[in-house]
Design a protein around this ligand. Structure first.
Ligand code: HEC
Ligand code: HEC
Length: 302
């Protein structure tokens, strides 16, 4: 623009730049002063920050900064602090008598909180995040227990699981009555009608009467002569309206014909004894927990 005097915009008094697009021209407005100062301050701040804090990635690592701040070290320290504060409670949880845990508010709260966290991580995939269960997975909030609802019974179930490779796992096997040729299709239909009847649903009395005989010969050894189940073999009560696999005729027929015999993992080798205790206290606290005496019959807790 040598030689030419700049064009000045008559409205703003600001210089107009050379270029033009379709009749639109641009004012050459200078950057405001305050902006320059802020920019300058940021530059100075940045230099200070590089010196004080970890900042520049280098082939040999990164600049550590003069105050030695490290997010990783903070996390490690926080975790160590947490473990330290938990230690006394954790050791109390381990040494306390099972039946005393719920009487001591501090240990109890600690156990329920860590049990809840461990439950979300390990048990929720099968039992649901609120332990409400699902088809084939028992609800742990109610007082209907397959194997027992006392603290020690629950602890035993969690420690060794059900129908798995653990030598101390809880075990029992309902036969697949139709598949294994123990009952004919007609006998299965009869006993299904009987189970339908004793569970309080509408049933054909004549068929159920025949079914009662089949039940007496094949089912009472586990489900009891009154059909109310037996915890020593994990056999469910068939007279309540609570079903693990469904209480309609088709579901019951499926169970009797082919059996279910589902399994639950053993946790002894995966979770610490303190975590298992916390889980037991948590599950026991959900609403269906029973006192110790009610634990019998059933395998003894370790
Ligand atoms: C892979 C699925 C699975 C996982 C994971 C699992 N469970 Fe289970 N659990 C089951 C099944 C299936 C049963 C019922 C088995 C049966 O028929 O006896 C069961 C039964 C139980 C019972 C016995 C309930 C009763 O009525 O006696 C308790 C207590 C229990 N689970 C707690 C837990 C806890 C606590 C965890 C987490 C550490 C857990 N389960 C993880 C599948 C699972
Ligand atoms: C050896 C013991 C045993 C015998 C015998 C047995 N059951 Fe079972 N039964 C069980 C067990 C254990 C379960 C729970 C199993 C599971 O989780 O797969 C069960 C579950 C059931 C269920 C499912 C209940 C629910 O809540 O969904 C029905 C129905 C049932 N049995 C009916 C019968 C009938 C009818 C007979 C006789 C023809 C019979 N059982 C014989 C042990 C037995």
């Amino acid at each position: 623009m040598a030689g030419k005097s700049p064009k000045i915009d008559s409205v703003t008094g600001v210089e107009i730049r050379e270029h033009e697009w379709d009749g639109i021209q641009e004012l050459d407005t200078p950057t405001p002063r305050w902006w320059l100062w802020v920019f300058l301050a940021c530059c100075i701040w940045a230099v200070g920050y590089w010196v004080v804090m970890p900042a520049w990635p280098l082939p040999s690592g990164y600049t550590k900064g003069v105050i030695g701040w490290s997010q990783r070290a903070n996390v490690v320290r926080d975790l160590a602090d947490l473990a330290e504060t938990r230690k006394p409670l954790e050791s109390q949880l381990m040494t306390a008598d099972l039946s005393d845990i719920e009487k001591n508010p501090a240990i109890f709260e600690f156990a329920v909180a860590s049990g809840r966290a461990a439950f979300k991580e390990n048990c929720a995939p099968c039992h649901g995040s609120g332990a409400q269960g699902a088809l084939g997975y028992p609800n742990l909030n109610d007082d209907d227990w397959l194997w027992g609802g006392s603290l020690s019974a629950i602890q035993q179930t969690i420690t060794h699981g059900i129908r798995n490779q653990d030598k101390e796992s809880r075990f029992s096997e309902m036969p697949a009555f139709l598949r294994d040729g123990i009952l004919t299709r007609a006998q299965v239909d009869d006993v299904v009608e009987y189970v339908t009847q004793i569970s309080g649903q509408k049933a054909d009395a004549a068929v159920a009467k025949r079914g009662a005989e089949v039940f007496g010969q094949n089912c009472v050894s586990c489900h009891g002569s009154d059909g109310r189940g037996d915890r020593s073999v994990g056999a469910p009560n068939l007279t309540d309206a609570i079903w693990l696999y469904g209480g309609d005729r088709a579901s019951i027929r499926q169970t009797v014909s082919y059996a279910r015999n589902s399994s639950m993992p053993s946790w002894a080798s995966r979770l610490s004894p303190a975590t298992i205790r916390a889980l037991a206290v948590y599950v026991h606290s959900l609403g269906g927990g029973e006192p110790e005496i009610a634990a019998v019959p059933g395998p003894k807790a370790p």
